[in-house]
Design a protein around this ligand. Structure first.
Ligand code: PLP
Length: 814
């Protein structure tokens, strides 16, 4: 892209408040944290429900970004950069994308539907890439923001586009339609449920179909629900399993081993193809792809050959623990320029280590000539501060000189042969390669070897939950997130990294050593230590942690050390006991607290806090109110008499939900971030963060009268299939779940726990479930939920989450 600012101002019909509008814009950004921002970036400052990007403009200017689309010019920045003033930055981004889209004339496939969009997109890309220079949306960039960002990545060399559009409510598709302007429309599986955000399934269908309003053809599965809403003027190309009047009639499908043969009749001619999948969704997705190939006049021999090579689509970047204390970012299934940019941004958000290595295969489908492509890749690598590049493939080897610290191999096998001579330690490694390079073998070598039980942590769900609670805060109210006990068992540093990425104001830990390990991990966000022991004050000061001080004895001890070290204004947090009776200054010690702090400048009261005992219990609301009132009174007294202006805070997760008027200056979010609410109504709005997964080690059949496990506590009364799972009470599975109390999820069905829970294993009943050794199972996640298990065990979700032992590997993904 190379477009003058002047042109953009006129395209957006905007006011210009700038210095020089001769600048050429080379790329578009909305992410203030991306290291790819540069003087030729145009930054759209988007105002979201929880985040106003205008707040980052000052920082961006300081690193050299000069061009901004804004809704207002932040105070003090006038004349410091070029500003294009618009009513709504998101709308402006879409408007710009429409303008940009109109510069290109090639066929564009637009996909929407409830399921399958991303898979169909990736498959079509694979099927069509031998014949076209394809530009497609990266990952699942299909939103109001993601679609325009996908479109502006088109360049002169592309000659086919594939873009997906996702919507969550009405009046959204019309915008995406204008941006994508599909010539070929594909409606994937529409689903039978009506999603939140739509009044009915009919409304959802009507809205989705708007994507195809101007397409030359609509490809879809004939369907009684959809048909009535297709405009008579629309040309369609339909398929069906049942309806012989469809353009393509699927008259048979046959499952053999792990493959499905699909037989179809098109224009009177019979033909078939085979795919390496057997599930219904894959079959439908494959047929959608075949329809596009038929429409583009591919012959059946090519269709047969290419469909047979379809593969499972890996849609997410995975973060894994690597050998020698490395962190791996596994993106081993694609290598195109757009997704490289995304992966590098993601790599930047992983702050565990200074050192970064990228293992990169040849890059396909950039639309650029190689010389220019690898020049651009090299610039990306430089701007992301990558220390080392390991290039694998003939082409990247030819361009080795473009990279500063680079070794290359002609193919994956050569790299593997040399593996033990390469040093990988204490660094973050991005593994990114095209499918054909089989980088999964490299990931297997680099991955830390542990047993098969893992706790998968969905980082997107954490972001989502954070934003959900942030949206409940009044303007200006800060947020502290509790990451004590390894982030409630979910992972300490990884989650702290993400929270820092989201600019939370404070992190909270229970003990000094938790805070120290976060500091060692590079966390810069201020950290409050809830429960500092006097013996740890030295370490707290050394590592710039901020102690909560909760009694006179602790205060005097801390002041003594602070004085010895000649500290000035060292931040501390004062906790008052308003009724919880756990930690905190009691009412009658407040005068002495004030007297001690008066005129003392070794420390500075950063905040005053208290903690509610009954915020989750509507029946004990009065007690919480009395605590809040006492807190208001005591904290005001301290503020007044010391003439200070600290942050005041009392609400935890259920406090945020139940006492919206008492947020003071900050709230302390804990369990809610991890996707658990004490309120079933609110639970619906949260996303599951942790999924505890394991596998089936062995399956056996026992006869009626035979028993299972220690003490023979389960005796079969019929022929029973028993599966053994390698997870037990040493991993945090309570013995209380044994003997039929709990179940696990096998293939989406309940498998009761049989007999006693062992130290490292459980046995479950899979008599009615079609499963085999090696199959994955879910111990908790969406089903059963942590809350369900807690209820069965007469405890609370907090205990279940924090009991998962550290020997269970945590895998983070988004
Ligand atoms: C743990 C903790 C929180 C967070 O509580 P949740 O119920 O998990 O939101 C807040 N404040 C203090 C003092 C805590 O110890």
């Amino acid at each position: 892209m190379s477009i003058s600012l002047k042109k953009i101002v006129s395209v957006l019909n905007a006011s210009w408040l700038g210095l020089k509008n001769e600048t050429e814009i080379e790329n578009i950004s909305i992410d203030s944290r991306s290291l790819q921002n540069s003087p030729s970036t145009l930054f759209f400052a988007i105002v979201g429900a929880n985040n106003d990007a205008h707040n980052y403009i000052e920082d961006l200017i300081s690193i050299g970004v000069q061009n901004f689309v804004v809704q207002y010019v932040p105070e003090g920045l006038e004349e410091k950069a070029n500003f294009i003033l618009v009513q709504n930055s998101l709308k402006a981004l879409q408007q710009f994308a429409v303008f940009y889209r109109n510069k290109f004339e090639f066929p564009v496939i637009g996909l929407t539907g409830s399921n399958g969009k991303t898979i169909v997109k990736e498959w079509l890309n694979f099927l069509l890439s031998p014949d076209f220079n394809v530009i497609r949306s990266p990952k699942s960039y299909n939103s109001q923001v993601g679609v325009p960002l996908s479109i502006v990545a088109i360049n002169e060399k592309h000659n086919l586009g594939i873009f997906e559009a996702g919507i969550s409510t009405t009046a959204e598709m019309q915008h995406l339609e204008k941006v994508i302007q599909p010539t070929i429309g594909v409606l994937t599986n529409i689903g039978s449920s009506h999603d939140e955000g739509f009044a009915s399934i009919e409304e959802k269908i009507q809205e989705k179909l708007q994507l195809f309003d101007h397409a030359e053809i609509l490809i879809y599965q004939k369907n009684k629900l959809v048909d009535p809403f297709i405009k008579p003027s629309s040309k369609t190309f339909s398929w069906s399993f049942e309806d012989q009047n469809a353009d393509v009639y699927i008259y048979n499908k046959e499952i053999v081993n792990l493959e499905t043969v699909i037989y179809y009749n098109y224009g009177g001619a019979k033909s078939h193809f085979k795919i390496p999948f057997v599930d219904r969704a894959s079959i439908e997705n494959a047929i959608s792809c075949m329809m596009v190939l038929l429409y583009l006049k591919y012959d059946s021999a090519i269709i047969q050959a290419r469909m047979g090579l379809l593969f499972p689509v890996e849609m997410r970047l995975k973060v894994k623990n690597g050998i020698n204390n490395c962190t791996l970012v596994d993106d081993s299934y694609s290598s195109d320029f757009q997704s490289l940019k995304i992966a590098l941004d993601f790599l930047e958000s992983q702050k565990q280590f200074q050192n970064k290595t990228v293992i990169l295969s040849d890059i396909f489908q950039s639309g650029l000539v190689n010389e220019e492509l690898y020049e651009r890749v090299s610039q990306l690598i430089i701007s992301n501060n990558v220390n080392r590049v390991i290039g694998i493939g003939d082409t990247i080897s030819d361009f080795k000189d473009k990279f500063a610290n680079c070794i290359t191999y002609n193919n994956t096998a050569e790299f593997i042969a040399d593996f033990e001579h390469i040093d990988f330690s204490n660094e973050t490694i991005l593994v990114k390669g095209a499918r054909s390079f089989q980088f999964e073998e490299i990931v297997a070598l680099l991955e830390e070897k542990t047993h098969e039980t893992v706790l998968e942590i969905n980082l997107n769900a954490i972001s989502y939950n954070l934003n959900f609670f942030k949206s409940k805060l009044k303007p200006g109210v800060k947020i502290m997130v509790m990451v004590k006990a390894f982030g409630y068992g979910n992972g300490g540093l990884e989650i702290a990294n993400l929270l820092e990425h989201h600019n939370v104001d404070y992190l909270g830990v229970a003990f000094a050593d938790e805070g120290i390990s976060l500091k060692h991990g590079g966390i810069k966000t201020p950290i409050m230590v809830l429960n500092p022991e006097n013996t740890s004050f030295g370490a707290i000061i050394q590592h710039q942690l901020e102690p909560e001080i909760y009694c006179l004895k602790g205060l005097h001890a801390f002041l003594k050390i602070a004085k010895q070290k000649n500290l000035k204004d060292f931040p501390i947090h004062i906790k008052i006991d308003t009724g919880m009776h756990r930690l905190g200054f009691e009412v009658d010690t407040i005068p002495e607290l004030i007297a001690t702090l008066k005129g003392n400048n070794t420390v500075k009261v950063k905040s005053i806090l208290s903690h509610l005992a009954t915020s989750d219990d509507p029946l004990q609301r009065d007690f919480a109110v009395s605590q809040i009132n006492l807190f208001e009174e005591l904290s005001s007294q301290i503020v007044r008499e010391l003439a200070i202006n600290p942050i005041r805070h009392i609400l935890n997760t259920s406090g945020i939900s139940n006492f919206p008027d008492n947020q003071f200056n900050m709230v302390r979010l804990g369990i809610g971030l991890y996707g658990v609410s004490n309120d079933p109504k609110e639970q619906k709005y949260l996303e599951t963060v942790g999924t505890l997964k394991s596998v089936i080690s062995q399956v056996r059949v026992i006869q009626a009268g035979e028993s299972v496990g220690y003490g023979r506590k389960f005796v079969a009364n019929r022929v029973t299939r028993v599966a053994t799972i390698p997870i037990g009470y040493a991993d945090g599975i309570s013995r209380g779940l044994g003997n039929g109390v709990g179940y696990i999820n096998v293939k989406d069905q309940k498998a009761r726990i049989l007999g006693n829970v062992c130290m490292d294993m459980i046995m479950v009943d899979v008599t009615e479930i079609d499963c085999t050794e090696g199959d994955s199972v879910i111990v908790f996640g969406d089903k059963p939920t942590v809350s369900y298990i807690a209820k069965k065990l007469n405890t609370i979700p907090y205990e279940i989450l924090t009991s998962i032992s550290q020997r269970v590997k945590r895998v983070f993904y988004r």
